[in-house]
Design a protein around this ligand. Structure first.
Ligand code: MSP
Length: 513
C-alpha cells in the first residue's frame, strides 16, 4: 500500500491574529488534500502554530501575561479560523507541546555530539523584527536596511552555530538532481542563484539574558534555540511517532523559502541523517487593494469578514480561482463580489435552479432519461471529457486556478446548451421529437451538474454536498467511477428549489441563484 501523502502548511507566528495570507495557505493545502483523498490517496495534513520567540515574549510582557497563556489564547483564535474555513487537517502542532520540544532537543544534541554545532563569538547586525542576524548583502543598494527588518542594531554575542556551510555542496547537488524540489521552478533557480555565494554558518541560539521564551539547548542551559531551528523541526516532530517522514509537500509563502525552507531545513535534515522533504510548493503574496496583506498594514484581517458574509465555500473558491499558484494576487471587494455574482450565482447557482424548476414543472420532480442524442449533446459530453483531463492535469501541478478556469468553461457551455435547446419552448411543443429533446436536455444538465458537484467538492465541500443532494444524488466519498458521463441521475427526485449563493448585502432584493 502507498504510504499516506504527507502535506504541511507553514506554522503561523503566534504574535498576531490570523489574516488572509494565513487563510489562503490553509485553503490551498486543504483543497489539495481533499482532492487527493477523493482520488483515493490517504493523506496526512499537518498545520500548526509557531509559538516561541522574542515577539511573543514582548507581547506577553506588555500585556502582563505568561507567554504560555498568551499563546494558548492565540492558538484558540487560529484554530477557530480553521473551523470557519472548513479545513480538514489531520493534526495541529504547537511548538510549545512536549512532543515537539523533545524532538528539537534530540536534534540539537545529536548535531552537537557530531561536532556540527560549535560555540562562537560574533559582532553582527541584528533585526529584532525578523529575529535574524543580517549580513552586508542584506542591505539595500543605497546602504540602508530594507524596511522589512525594522530597527537594525549591532550586537556582540557568544552563541552556538550550526555548520551550515559544510552542507552547501550537497545542497547544490541535491537541487540540481531534483529540478522539481521547489515548485514553481523559477523559485528553484533563484535559490541556486543565492547559493552561488558561500553560506555562513547558522547561529542557532539566543542567550537567555535576551530571550527566555524558547526551547533550552540540551547542552547549555544558558541558551534557548533560535526560532527557525525550532519552527522547521515541527514538520518532523509532529510525525516522528507515526513514521511518516519525509513530507511530500511543504506549502509555504515566497517570503520563507530562502534561506529557511530551501537552505536551513534540507541541510539540518542532511546533517541529522534524515531525508529532505520531497517538494516545496511556494505561493506568492496576497495584496489587498495592491498593498501586501499583513498584520502591520492592518488591511488583511478584514478580508476574513467575507467568510462570515458570503460563506466559507465562496471564499475558498475565490482564493483558489483568483491566485495563480506561485504569483501574487490582489484581493478586492469588487473582484470578490464579481466572482460571487457571476461565477457562482449566475453561472452555477442559476443553472441548478433552472434545472430544478423545469424538472419539477414537467416531470413531477424526477429527472428524465436522455432520449434524443444530437450534436449538441455529443459536444457537451465531449467537452466534459476534455474538461476532466485539463482539470486533472492542472491539479497535478497544483494549478488550482487553471483547473477552475477550465471547469467554468464547461459550466458556461452548459448554460449555452440550455439557451440553444430552449427547454421552455420544447415543453410547449406537442411534437414527440421535441419531447425527446426536452428529456435529453434536462438529463444532460442534471448529469453535467452531478459531475461538476463531484469534482468541485474539494473546493466547496458544503455547497457541493447541497448541490448533489438537491438533484437527488448521494455525495460520493471519492472520484472513483464518479467522473465519467453516465445515466446516474435518471429517476432521481430533485428538490423544489435551491439557493446555493444568496444575494448578499442588497436589502429588499429577492435572492437569486
Ligand atoms: N512562523 C513562520 C513559518 C515557520 S514554518 C516552519 C512564519 N509565520 S507567518 O505567520 O508569518 O506566515 C505563515 C505563512 O503565511 C507563510 O507561509 C507566509 O508566507 C504566509 N503569508 C503571510 N502573509 C502572506 C500574504 N500576504 N500572502 C500570502 N501568504 C503570506 O513565517
Amino acid at each position: 500500500m502507498l504510504r499516506p501523502f504527507y502535506i504541511t502548511t507553514a506554522i503561523d507566528y503566534a504574535n498576531g491574529s490570523p489574516h488572509l495570507g494565513h487563510a489562503y495557505e490553509k485553503v490551498l493545502t486543504d483543497v489539495i488534500s481533499r482532492h487527493l483523498r477523493m482520488s483515493g490517496r490517504q493523506v496526512h495534513f499537518l498545520t500548526g502554530l509557531d509559538e516561541h520567540g522574542q515577539k511573543v515574549q514582548q507581547t506577553a510582557l506588555k500585556r502582563d501575561l505568561e507567554p504560555q497563556v498568551l499563546v494558548d489564547e492565540v492558538a484558540a483564535v487560529f484554530q477557530r479560523m480553521l473551523v470557519d474555513l472548513d479545513i480538514s487537517h489531520d493534526d495541529y502542532i504547537r511548538t510549545t507541546e512536549p512532543r515537539h520540544q523533545k524532538v528539537v532537543q534530540q536534534f540539537l544534541q545529536k548535531l552537537f555530539d557530531q561536532g556540527l554545532i560549535y560555540k562562537g563569538q560574533k559582532t553582527d547586525w541584528y533585526s529584532t523584527r525578523q529575529e535574524q542576524f543580517l549580513t552586508e548583502r542584506d542591505r539595500s543598494p543605497d546602504g540602508s536596511w530594507p524596511e522589512i527588518y525594522g530597527e537594525v542594531t549591532q550586537t556582540t554575542e557568544e552563541n552556538y552555530y550550526f555548520k551550515l556551510s559544510q552542507f552547501q555542496p550537497w545542497l547544490i547537488e541535491h537541487l540540481r538532481a531534483h529540478p522539481d524540489f521547489i515548485t514553481p521552478r523559477f523559485r528553484q533557480n533563484q535559490v541556486l542563484e543565492f547559493l552561488k555565494d558561500p553560506l555562513n554558518d547558522l547561529c542557532i541560539s539566543r542567550p537567555k539574558t535576551r530571550l527566555t521564551w524558547g526551547i533550552a539547548l540540551p547542552f547549555d542551559d544558558a541558551y534557548v534555540t533560535y526560532v527557525w531551528f525550532d519552527a522547521l523541526t515541527n514538520y518532523y516532530s509532529a510525525v516522528a511517532a507515526k513514521g511518516l517522514w519525509p513530507a511530500d509537500v511543504h506549502v509555504i509563502g515566497k517570503d520563507i523559502l530562502s534561506p529557511p525552507h530551501a537552505v536551513y531545513w534540507p541541510c539540518m535534515l542532511k546533517a541529522l541523517g534524515l531525508e529532505p522533504p520531497r517538494q516545496l510548493l511556494v505561493h506568492g503574496w496576497w495584496t489587498v487593494n495592491n498593498q501586501k496583506a499583513s498584520k502591520s498594514a492592518g488591511n488583511a484581517a478584514d478580508t476574513l469578514g467575507f467568510v462570515a458574509s458570503h460563506g466559507a465555500d465562496a471564499f475558498r473558491y475565490y482564493l483558489c480561482r483568483e491566485m495563480v499558484v506561485g504569483q501574487d494576487a490582489d484581493f478586492s471587494k469588487t473582484t470578490f463580489e464579481n466572482r460571487y455574482k457571476a461565477d457562482l450565482g449566475n453561472n452555477l447557482g442559476n443553472l441548478v435552479n433552472r434545472l430544478l424548476n423545469m424538472v419539477g414543472r414537467n416531470y413531477a420532480g424526477a429527472i428524465p432519461a436522455a432520449a434524443a442524442d444530437e450534436e449538441l449533446e455529443r459536444n457537451l459530453r465531449q467537452l466534459w471529457q476534455d474538461t476532466v483531463r485539463k482539470y486533472d492535469a492542472a491539479f497535478a501541478e497544483y494549478q488550482l486556478s487553471h483547473a477552475l478556469e477550465s471547469l467554468w468553461v464547461f459550466i458556461s457551455a452548459m448554460n449555452a446548451y440550455i439557451e440553444a435547446r430552449a427547454p421552455w419552448k420544447l415543453a410547449k411543443s406537442t411534437d414527440l421529437a421535441d419531447r425527446a429533446r426536452l428529456d435529453s436536455c434536462l438529463a444532460h444538465v442534471a448529469e453535467g451538474l452531478r459531475l461538476v458537484g463531484t469534482i468541485l467538492t474539494p473546493v466547496m465541500p458544503a455547497t457541493c454536498g447541497r448541490l448533489l443532494t438537491h438533484i437527488g444524488r448521494p455525495v460520493p466519498a471519492g472520484f472513483e467511477g464518479q467522473l465519467v458521463w453516465s445515466a446516474a441521475c435518471t429517476g432521481s427526485k430533485v428538490a423544489e428549489n435551491c439557493i446555493l449563493f444568496p444575494q448578499i448585502g442588497v436589502p429588499g432584493e429577492t435572492p437569486a441563484g
